[in-house]
Write a protein that binds this ligand. Structure first.
Ligand code: OOB
Length: 535
């Protein structure tokens, strides 16, 4: 078993198997099954190039053979930082076939994050593009190489002199078979993080495939589904709720695009007869606006999933009349629990709630400060346990003590209300995090970087309301010598902090408001900035 992975207690694992949740096969096997069942169906289309299930499997196996020749083996960690492209899909399946573990980095991650993932996961390899959207990942790879001695291989999509080009790794000779079972860890996802750097989330093949199976049933994904992925596909949501893997599970077609911009996407929806999309709230707002002036025929759209951050009731109300498709809210987390509104739910429920758990075996508790359950329809902290919610972060025993109860419930840090029918409404958050249009930022991480600047005496990072993104990052700073905002932001950039974590606003203060216990009152700071921005 992978070191640093917290397994389910034996009794509960046996129960989930007996209930038929965990079926014992791997994600690589899932693709193999589809390649036999529907070899000639198009699995994925990206920028004019399409692969059938048979072709996708063949390409992934060839790449797996190349990885194998380099010495990449089962349970080796491989940091993957690729855009929504064919190469992404092939790379990820090649690693699944080998039982190697992708660590899903985001394109916006920089030196700070990538070097940490490589070091912490003791990665054997790092896979990225050479350049993408103006950023030089080859340069980043050089810097990472200096500080991550376990990284033996750097492979880039594109031409590279310094490193290995992924193109050169596709082998004609067959890969050697590797036994990968359902109970093996499939990959490491990133947590939004509440303290310091992101935690890594180990997910097994069994439990992930179970989420695909249930998501496909609930979202009605079939072999006829044409799913458009526009969000960064490394996120748990576009990957599996139902996401690209759900579509592969059902034998449908994934169309990949690397921008959610309506100008590019609307023509694609018309041309590709897209039936399903998964969006975050800011993209919905942009699409609603674009729908007023754009002329494309979007009538093929049947379902629009929206999640990752709270969708306001006002925006939710407009989706169905504007796009003529069903809105499906999804409230999930990379740690596990995923909730959906159901396609046949009343409009009232679809607009006002974030759905109910994907499985009847998901246990959901809403508790007060003392971990006591609160009555139905009362706000409280959401705790959960179930057949696909992790039992612990990767190699983080201390953090796990805080994040899980003694009987294995995950403390989500979300404030919710649950109604008589089990439908959840997200009412707030009890974690020190900013949810910037679906991207999660741990306040403490940004604070630590700012504190490293000599002019910063103290700092508190909070969420500030934003009409479009829902929330943005505001850093309140007490300075001990003159410094301007621009300099501080450049300082963060130079430290290699991911772009989405750079504060949107800096406010100077002479002192911080305090709680009765003498701690910085972030609640008051939030009120202060709310008043200022007046959203
Ligand atoms: C998804 O996963 P993560 O890990 O990026 O973020 C999880 C957190 C939740 O704990 C919650 O705070 C927030 O994101 N969240 C929502 C939400 N969906 C996620 N808050 C309010 N309303 C929603 N609909 O974001 C994720 C993973 C799988 C499926 C969907 C989203």
């Amino acid at each position: 078993m992978l070191e640093g992975f917290t397994p389910w207690p034996e009794e509960r694992a046996a129960f989930y198997r007996q209930q038929g949740c965990w079926e014992g096969y791997s994600l690589g096997e899932m693709l193999r099954k589809q390649a036999v069942k529907r070899p000639h169906t198009i699995a994925v289309t990206a920028y004019g190039q399409s692969y059938t299930y048979e072709q996708l499997l063949a390409r992934s196996e060839k790449l797996a053979a190349g990885f194998q020749q380099l010495g990449i083996e089962k349970e080796d960690r491989v940091v993957v930082q690729l855009p929504n492209t064919m190469v992404y899909v092939e790379t990820v399946f090649a690693l699944f076939l080998l039982g190697a573990l992708p660590v899903f980095a985001l394109l916006s991650h920089r030196y700070n994050e990538i070097s940490y993932f490589c070091q912490f996961a003791e990665a054997k390899a790092y896979i990225a593009s050479t350049t993408y959207q103006g950023f030089d990942y080859e340069q980043l790879a050089k810097q990472v190489q200096q500080v991550a001695p376990t990284v033996e291989h750097i492979m880039l999509a594109g031409d590279t002199d310094e490193f290995t080009s992924l193109n050169t790794l596709y082998r004609e000779e067959a890969m050697q078979a590797v036994e990968v079972t359902g109970s093996d860890v499939a990959f490491l996802q990133l947590s939004g993080g509440t303290t310091g750097l992101s935690k890594l989330i180990p997910r097994t093949h069994d439990e992930y495939i179970y989420t695909l199976k249930r998501s496909v049933e609930i979202c009605d994904v079939t072999a006829d589904t044409r799913f458009l992925v526009v969000l960064p596909v490394a996120h748990n949501y576009p990957m599996s709720s139902p996401g690209i893997l759900g579509v592969f599970y059902a034998g449908g077609t994934v169309v990949m695009c690397d921008t959610p911009s309506a100008d590019e996407v609307f023509p694609l929806i018309e041309q590709q007869k897209i039936t399903m999309v998964a969006l975050v709230p800011p993209v919905v707002i942009q699409w609603l606006y674009a729908a007023k002036y754009r002329q494309e025929n979007l009538s093929s759209l049947e379902v629009m999933l929206v999640g990752g951050a709270k969708l306001s009731v006002e925006v939710a109300k407009e989706v169905m009349p504007t796009f003529g498709c069903t809105l499906q809210q999804v409230f999930g987390m990379a740690e596990g629990l995923v909730n959906y509104t159901r396609l046949d739910d009343s409009e009232e429920r679809i607009i006002h709630t974030q759905g109910k758990p994907l499985s009847t075996l998901d246990e959901v508790k809403v508790v007060d400060e003392d971990d006591q359950e609160v009555p139905v329809n009362t706000e409280g902290f959401l705790l959960t346990r179930g057949p696909y919610t992790i039992q612990g972060y990767y190699k983080a025993p201390e953090h796990n003590q805080k994040s899980f109860t003694s009987d294995g419930f995950y403390r989500t840090g979300d404030l919710v209300r649950v109604d008589e029918a089990g439908y959840i409404t997200v009412t707030g958050r009890d974690k020190d995090q900013v949810n910037r249009g679906g991207e999660k930022i741990a306040a403490e991480e940004v604070e630590n970087h700012l504190l490293a600047h000599e002019a910063v005496f103290d700092v508190a990072v909070v969420a500030m309301p934003d009409r479009f993104l829902g929330e943005k990052i505001c850093a309140f700073i007490i300075k001990n010598k003159e410094v301007d905002k621009k300099e501080l932001l450049q300082f963060l950039e130079a430290r290699g902090l991911a772009t989405y974590k750079i504060p949107d606003r800096i406010e100077w203060l002479d002192a911080f408001p305090e709680t009765a216990l003498g701690k910085v009152s972030k609640k008051e700071l939030r009120l202060l900035i709310e008043e200022k921005v007046g959203v």
